[in-house]
Design a protein around this ligand. Sequence first.
Ligand code: GSH
Length: 221
Amino acid sequence: MAPFGTLYTLKGTIHPRARKIFAAAALNGLELEVPADFNTSAASKTPGFLAKFPLGQIPAFEGKAATAIAQHVADSGPQREQLLGRDAAARALNQQWIQFNDLQFEAAVKDLARWRMGYEIYSAEREAKAAVDVRRWLHHYEVHLGSGRSWFVNEDGEGPSLADLVVGGSFFLLCRLYMDVEMRKEYPNVLRFYEGLGKVPGLAELYTVPLLEKRKEPGQD
Ligand SMILES: N[C@@H](CCC(=O)N[C@@H](CS)C(=O)NCC(=O)O)C(=O)O
């Protein structure tokens, strides 16, 4: 089968923002080609790349950024209804959780992640704010999933929607760098949701992360 298109993201590693894109592609049976020479972030600053994507950011695909790419891929295959919703109400709920995740949860996760990954200078003040925020948003997820539901929008038997793939991508990063064994005990429903996502055929590699005993320190990743 011909690839669905070219995704500009780092070859050989799964960029934190690309996880949801590869997951939507896996569920829709679509292949995304990553250029073989796109293996450092300098590749996103070449004149050729900037001519196509003026912001010079990755992941990139046909003029779109991460969540919009995931939406495009989700809308382009046989699992479209599962991923985006079978009716107006389900599609709106997908948007609600996706936007909440990107604006609230992922923003706080990103603040906790960036200096652990060595991208920014540590700020005790931002760390403290992000630590409070991330718990507030996780609590919202925990309560929503508390009724025993497997997925944010879909019924249990329907499989994950794009909202689950998006939340799962941010949660992966939190688990990889920050959420230690003590913190995990506070969010059993979110953990159950995340483990369920990793059990979906095709998604294990994207949503399984070795769980941390101890939170990483700034610059430790
Ligand atoms: N809103 C964009 C943000 C993408 C983004 O910030 N990518 C970073 C890598 S994590 C990047 O390319 N930064 C380089 C830059 O901004 O010059 C998305 O979600 O795709």
